[in-house]
Design a protein around this ligand. Sequence first.
Ligand SMILES: [Zn+2]
Length: 220
Amino acid sequence: MAENKSTELTPRRKKLIYSLIVAIAVLMIATATALTVYFVTRGNDEILDNPPPVDNPDNSDKPDKPDKPDEPDKPSDGDNTVKFVCPLEDEKCVVEYDAIYTNKTLNRIYRHRGVDFEAAEGTQVCAIADGKVTAVSLSEELGNVITLDHGDGLMSYYRFVEPVSDLNVGDTVRQGAVIGTVAKAYGTEADDGTHLHLEIELNGKGVDPSGYFEFTYEEK
Ligand SMILES: [Zn+2]
């Protein structure tokens, strides 16, 4: 029976096949490990090279606000410049909306969710449009915030201000009415100098104020 003889595995052959299987398995594990190490290391390098911007901690008191608006910032109808006014008579924007910059106070990369207007302490701040006062939040930590509801889902937030003494929640304000004065900067922007931090939200999402009224940007 020559056929049977040729297909029969001798102990030596068996040993050879086992060794081969073990060698292939070791090779596969080694390749997988090498690939994992390569990709993991590569990922870390990318993160280190390009640190992701941090979210503005200013929004910590507004948990409902989404972190990253995925729709265009500017309102679709371009006629809003007529309807809104700048909150400061002498506007000088020093930090633009959504700017990514190194925050002096935090000493880290920071995404700015509002617009900063440089202004001396005591400069009058006015309502950008007719609206209703929905909050006058006094905070030692983050500075005072005045919140106005302009209807149709549009809100405006004025940070680092001293509200006028007779401003109360529920008050109706007219466009251009003085609602407060610029105060000392606090919290996350304490070292940015005296300024007004303005945020506008449309349906709960941050939008670029430059889509609502005109102002000039001047680099600090
Ligand atoms: Zn700011």
